[in-house]
Every structure is written in C-alpha cells, then in structure tokens.
Design a protein around this ligand. Sequence first.
Ligand SMILES: Nc1ncnc2c1ncn2[C@@H]1O[C@H](COP(=O)(O)OP(=O)(O)OP(=O)(O)O)[C@@H](O)[C@H]1O
Ligand SMILES: [Mg+2]
Length: 253
Amino acid sequence: MSFNLLEDARRTDTPGIKPMRIPERLEPLVEEGLIDHVICQLMSGKEATIYIVHCGEEVRCAKVYKDSNKRNFQHRACCAEARKIKNNRRTREEAWQGIEVDMLCKLATDGIRVPKFYNFFAGVLLMELITDAQGNVAPRLSDMQLTPEQAREYYKNLIGQTVRMLYTGVVHGDLSPYNVLIGERGPVIIDLPQAVNATDHYRARHIIKRDIDHLTAYFSRFAPELARSDYADEIWSYCQYGKLQAPANAFVH
Ligand SMILES: Nc1ncnc2c1ncn2[C@@H]1O[C@H](COP(=O)(O)OP(=O)(O)OP(=O)(O)O)[C@@H](O)[C@H]1O
Ligand SMILES: [Mg+2]
C-alpha cells in the first residue's frame, strides 16, 4: 500500500489530517502513554489487524492480534469445560504472541532484517513501520513486479537471511512473498509467531524446505533459471554437519 500522507501525518498539526477514532483494543496503550494517535488501519490479515500509529514524534506500526474466537479455534462448550478451554486458549495465545516478540528481538540482534521491536502490551505489538525510499509504507514482495536482476538480488538476500536465521537456530515457518516487505534498504522479514526452533523441532527440515520452495517458486517467475536451484538440502546438510559458520552468501552461487 502506498501511503503518501505519511510524511504529513508525522506533523499532527497538518490541516486535513485527522487521527482516526481509537479502536477499543488500542485504548490501553493510549492510557499507558505508549500511543498518542491512530493514523489509520493498514491491513486486516488472518491473525491480526495492523494500524499505523503516532508515538510522540514517531510513526510506528501496531499489530493487534485477533482473539482466538475470530481465528482458528471453533470449539464450543459450556460451564467448567468452557472455562478450561478459555484458559488453555489464553495460555496458547500468549505463548504464540510471545514467540513473535522473542523472534523480533533475537533475530535483530543476530543481524537479520526484521522490524525493530518497541513494546508489547495488552496483546498489541508496537514495532517499526517499514517504509520505502519515498517514505511510503513498504510494499509486500507479493505486490511487486520485478526485473530479473531484482529477482536475483532479492532471492540472494533472502536465502542469505534464511541461512543466518538457521545458524541462530530459527526457521521462519511461513516465509513467502506475503511476509517479506521491500523497505528502503531491501527485504525485511515479518510475521513470525509460527517460527520454530531448528534444533529441536522434528519437522524443521521439512519446514525450511517449504519456506525456500515458496521463495524459489516466486522469484523464478521473474528469473526462470532460479527454478533450478536447490538450496534447502544444501543448507540443511551444512547445518547438520555444523558447517554453517560459513558466510551466509557462501550458498549463493
Ligand atoms: N512492520 C510493518 N511495517 C509495514 N507494514 C507492515 C508491518 N507489519 C505488517 N505490515 C503489513 O500488514 C500485513 C499483515 O501483517 P502480518 O503478516 O504480520 O499479519 P497477519 O495477520 O499474519 O497477516 P496475514 O494473514 O496476511 O499473513 C503485512 O502483509 C504488511 O502488508
Ligand atoms: Mg502475514
């Protein structure tokens, strides 16, 4: 999404820019002083609704996780059983949201390009709003038309970041052109609640292969020769034999 008013929105006194009414789920953050205004809703995905917000002088991104009733868990029950299910759900949800927070912090420290984490409060994640060179909201990779050169460059970058993630013990688990933004300085990886630990997850090998296959299929639409690459097995065998200390781009020929 292109959002040309972003620069104006940084200045709250701009005529014609009126912050939207505060959505209920963001009220606790306003009361806490973590958010000043809500500029607009950016997106409503399967798992969360994303808002652009003002925090003091800065424009940030607020990810409001949907509650479980609006997501996957359809089971209905009554009385004690319902209470038990509700508590279990809450525990599962908190764990799931906690994974995204942990991943944003851990991966940033390990040099992987993810949005900068600012806060997590009342089921809302406050993070860096990824923007492009013009200061507009960064497009998703899936919404872009690429030249073959761009496709090769972004593919190389993302395979490198995937190797780096694996080296730190993490597999994204839902890496696709929908979960990569093209920011001012290149690809930024988002949407991490389903990330898995590469060392103890029995399906990690299968999951990383699926992630890499999604990227390969997407980029080979723009640069057909990329379809012949087979990084998943190569990367995994290096990982198994403890050879992943090699520089990330060693895997990109
Ligand atoms: N930090 C960010 N900066 C800019 N845009 C963002 C940011 N985080 C998310 N978005 C936008 O919001 C969309 C949804 O975010 P995200 O993928 O984290 O949530 P989701 O509910 O899992 O969505 P989906 O079901 O579509 O995968 C992204 O595809 C992207 O367009
Ligand atoms: Mg997503």
